[in-house]
Design a protein around this ligand. Structure first.
Ligand SMILES: Nc1ncnc2c1ncn2[C@@H]1O[C@H](COP(=O)(O)OP(=O)(O)O)[C@@H](O)[C@H]1O
Ligand SMILES: [Mg+2]
Length: 436
């Protein structure tokens, strides 16, 4: 009965003698041996019976016989010791059996013969479950890493957006300040004009007195001459006109800048109207040259006026962003040339600069939002993407070509009659640098 029980156990049990010949195999082993071997396995060397792993088995058996100590081999280190099949619990497919094997030293009580007992356990279920879990955890790890990358990207995008938001509010602030400055400029300008007239009247009076000096008594003549000299009249007369002219010029410049600041605030509510591109270019040059004074600015307009139907805010914004890039690309000496070409159906504006140029690898990316090569605080990487959106809104085209260390040309073409949307904030996808 006991032998029957051992025979039927769902684990493999085999006994091997000190010459490595098989003494006993239970059904678990026998069922998995080729038919012709089942009846004649006894006295067969274990190495012959299980050829693939023969050497390994022999080494293990030897160590058990010598050390009289059990030996264990785990499926993860040595998965398939015996060439048996098993069906996978998850897929049901037939595969190699994953096995745990233990070899124990035993002794025949009657003969005293030393033997080794091999226990073999089919652990395919655990192994394939473990493998599936491992795959899952690897996939999870990958996903986790991807998520971390995404979070990092989002963090950067968020801080850039905050920066952009700050810029936008700075723009609004500038427009507000410009509006406020307008008032005092108005009265300072008016007062300066009056002052100029008053000064000329005073000078005329003084000059009149000077020419009439000979008609005064000697005493009075002397007193008046001293008065003129002690107050440095000649110097005052020369300087006063110059001072007033200089102040008027300065004030005109301040007026121009304020006017342009107002023009370039985000005017989104204006809707479509006639925009004179030449006037816009003039305004732009005044505005930009006040901030970036090193380049020389040239404007070439075919006609006095070149008009398109468009949304002035976004159009000016687009041209300004391109102009700022051109100005920023010029370190010391250089020039920026604007050319306005008036075609029958459209207007083309070329903005050429002799600046640092754009490397080929960056050229494809310049229209991408947040792409910038400028140090933090200087560039948001939004200039060209905003320009692209604005020009696209006008069914126009914007393209850029550049040569490193030579310069850059941005070409913008706008149809004269477009159905430009009233809003400048619609999103559009920016795909490549050669928007043709
Ligand atoms: N005229 C130009 N000359 C050289 N590089 C330019 C020029 N215009 C654009 N670029 C490059 O394109 C990038 C993106 O421009 P933009 O979208 O305006 O963002 P930002 O100016 O804030 O960096 C710039 O950082 C710069 O590297
Ligand atoms: Mg820019």
């Amino acid at each position: 009965m006991f032998e029957q029980l051992v025979g039927k156990l769902p684990v493999g049990i085999g006994i091997v003698d000190e010459d490595f010949n098989v003494v006993y195999l239970n059904d678990f082993f026998l069922d998995r041996l080729p038919h012709n071997m089942r009846s004649c396995y006894k006295e067969t060397p274990v190495v012959e019976l299980f050829q693939g792993q023969g050497k390994f088995l022999k080494r293990r058996l030897k160590s058990v016989f010598v050390l009289q100590h059990p030996s264990f081999s785990y499926w993860e280190q040595r998965p398939h010791i015996f060439p048996f099949k098993s069906s996978r619990p998850i897929t049901g497919e037939e595969t190699q059996m994953y096995q745990n094997m233990e070899i124990l030293p035993i002794k025949d009580k009657t003969t005293g013969q030393r033997l080794a007992c091999i226990f073999l356990q089919d652990v395919t279920a655990q192994a394939s479950y473990f493998r599936a879990q491992q795959k899952l955890s690897e996939a999870l790890k990958k996903e986790h890493e991807a998520q971390r990358k995404l979070i990092r990207k989002l963090d950067t995008a968020q801080s850039q957006l905050i920066q952009a938001e700050k810029m936008a509010s700075t723009g609004q602030l500038a427009a507000g300040i410009a509006h406020e400055i307008n008032n005092p400029i108005g009265f300072v300008n008016a007062n300066l004009n009056t002052l100029e007239q008053y000064a000329s009247h005073l000078l005329a009076i003084c000059d009149g007195v000077k020419t009439q000096l000979e008609h005064f008594t000697d005493d009075l003549k002397e007193q008046i001459s001293v008065l003129f000299e002690s107050n440095h009249y000649d110097l005052l007369k020369d300087d006063i006109t110059e001072l007033i002219t200089e102040s008027t010029d300065g004030l005109t410049r301040v007026k121009d800048i304020v006017e342009n600041l107002k023009n370039f605030s985000l005017e989104t509510t204006e809707g479509t109207q006639v925009v004179d591109i030449c006037a816009v270019c003039h305004q732009l040059i005044t505005l930009i040259s006040a901030q970036y004074s090193s380049p020389q600015y040239k404007l070439q307009c075919e006609h006095e006026k070149v008009e398109v139907m468009g949304n002035p805010g976004p159009l000016k914004q687009a041209l300004m962003n391109v102009m700022i890039n051109a100005a920023q690309a010029i370190e010391e000496k250089g020039f920026i040339k604007l050319t306005v070409i008036d075609a029958a159906q459209s207007v083309t504006i070329k903005i050429l600069d002799s600046g640092c140029g754009i490397p080929v690898k960056n050229l494809k990316r310049v229209f991408e939002p947040f792409f910038t090569t400028k140090p933090e605080g200087q560039g948001q990487g939004l200039g060209l993407s905003v320009a692209y959106t604005a020009i696209e809104q006008h069914q126009g085209k914007i393209s850029i070509s550049s040569k490193e260390a030579k310069g850059t040309v941005v070409e913008i073409t706008i149809p004269k009659q477009s159905t430009a949307a009233a809003s400048c904030c619609e999103e559009s996808e920016v795909e490549n640098s050669q928007a043709t």
